[in-house]
Design a binder for this molecule. Sequence first.
Ligand code: IVH
Length: 679
Amino acid sequence: MARSIDPEVVKRIDGLRRELHRHNHRYFVLDDPEISDAEYDRMMKELIELETLWPELASPDSPSQRVGSPPLDRFETHKHRHPMQSLEKGFDEADFISFDQRVKKALNSDAEVLYTVEPKIDGIAVELVYENRRLALASTRGDGVNGEVITANVKTIPTVPLVLQEHEDLPVPSPLEVRGEVFMTKENFRLLNEQRLKQEQPLFANPRNAAAGSLRQLDSAITAQRPLEIYVYGVGDPLALNTDSHAEAMAWLRRLGFRTNPLIRTKIPLTEVLSCYRELEEKRGQIPYEMDGMVVKVDRFSFQDRLGSTSRSPRWAIAIKFKATQETTRVLDIRVQVGRTGALTPVAHLEPVRVGGVVVSRATLHNQDEIEKKDIRIGDMVFVQRAGDVIPEVVKVVASSRDGTQKPFQMPHSCPVCGATVVRLAGEAVIRCVNAACPAQLKGHIRHFVSKPGFDIDGLGEKRIDQMVDAGLISSCADLFDLNAESLKKLEGMAEKSIQNLLSAIENSKRISLSRFLVALGIRHVGEHIAKILSFELKDIDTILSVTPERLETIEGIGQVVANSVWAFFSREENLKSIQKMIKSGVVIIPDASPTENQHLAGASFVLTGRLSSMPRSRAKQLIEKAGGTVTGAVTGQTDYVVVGEDPGSKLTEAQKRGIQILSEPEFLKLVGASEQPG
Ligand code: IVH
């Protein structure tokens, strides 16, 4: 006999579901939460408890479904009511111009056609079928006709609405097929792989594979733990909608609760499409997810209808691709480089390959741990990647390409340049050459000393520096200022003219601002930004030479790690001697020009982690940029500050490991001069 159900329970469950749907939408889609995460978790916990006690009240569109359902044996297939076509590809602006001409010809019109453009996200296409405003089924694209049913998995994606928002003026056709791209951000992909490394699980090659692997899980509880997101980009049958353009259909989908790409540009003419493409390709490195191009769609549905489709793709849309940023190539050799701090870095020498428009023939392998974790061997085929202006890196080995001829690599036990012993300090992943007189360290120091942010001496490239050190012409940075025509003549390939040019470049570099001088010295943790702070605060080199760590720590923007490093540098006799020698040779250190108002963070690089209680991230970013700083996604050697909110991620650990200055929320607010109060 069925037990009787308490109407209060039904009401409570119903209320909780409604509220949870609403908060979910506010948090994930609108980025504007009303309640704390803890409160959300409490409500979800109560709902799951009630549903466990009252299984007869279970519902497939309950927010509790986001945590995953029992595993499947296999995926069912689903025939799409309207095929999911692919897009015609173009590779440059010319391909788009000829597309535009074809469109106009087919429409038999010379009038301007308006387009809507959006990023082509490199993820997985899915179709979401809603019946009576409820998510009934989700499937992959499959072969375009039949896809795999992945409903339970898709329900775990927080940005997928399980029930559509209700608006009186918005009738929703049933069924409604919404299409979009499921993806993982680059940062979340990195974190996932980091975690998999620790658990000794195979790595994903790229965010797309990670998203696909997460989505095609028979056990949706696993999918639920993967940080997947969605942007929707269309519907199965546009003519069933009450709108007459793609742009309006997207606005309509947003009102129903879907997330659409904020980078969409609607109803623009040919010329703007071209400039959008250029802008998007340029911005590519800063966008948190991988895009492989830009999709251009004829905006008007009546035009789309007239243009129709070929057997594979619609004639009203085209994807103009960007240059690939990930490629496969072979590791020809692994060699060791010694840097200015004595760190030994293994470098993969690769069969040259074009990645993102640039030929790559070397990639850093960081250290021995990294090589072992990724199990990279000489002779392996590997994925290499370049993101923005970052140094190329090896992502992963193509495991299937191993044929037994590949050779594992071991870091040497002595410095490959000077032969001195190498050490690995506790807690460090790098191996260092301990010989302070190692020519490789000296060469690295000189390269840094003369580089653009330092003395900025033209005509002193890597080869010249190697030659000078090898010939014994210089044994410290200060020796550069003693060079003369007589000694330079001894170097091979140094003609009269280049000797004169070099000597006058050295002469001209001698007047240098205090901050650039500090950068040139190569003090650990002192980049352009910290050097500026020191320069503005302490004003002249004499004050800096005798500064105490206590005084340094009173300076806003300077933490303990930086203070200690600066102090340690200027406590060393040989560093002081070297500076005195430079001054004696005619180096004149001048004060920095005062900073323009409000741009007190010029050049500073920030990473944000965790939730800020006083403002959304977008506002924090705005404040930093207004003050001249920049915000990046990952903690690197270039990062100046890591701002830590509630529940920080692994970026905090990374920052601690690297000794980067960490700012709490109140410290951050003070630094940017914000009026907000932490909540
Ligand atoms: S429109 C009829 N818009 O690209 C074509 N597709 O080759 C409908 N994709 O399978 C596709 N971002 O996975 C469209 N903004 C976007 C897209 C996009 C990524 C993918 C999608 C599709 C493939 C087409």
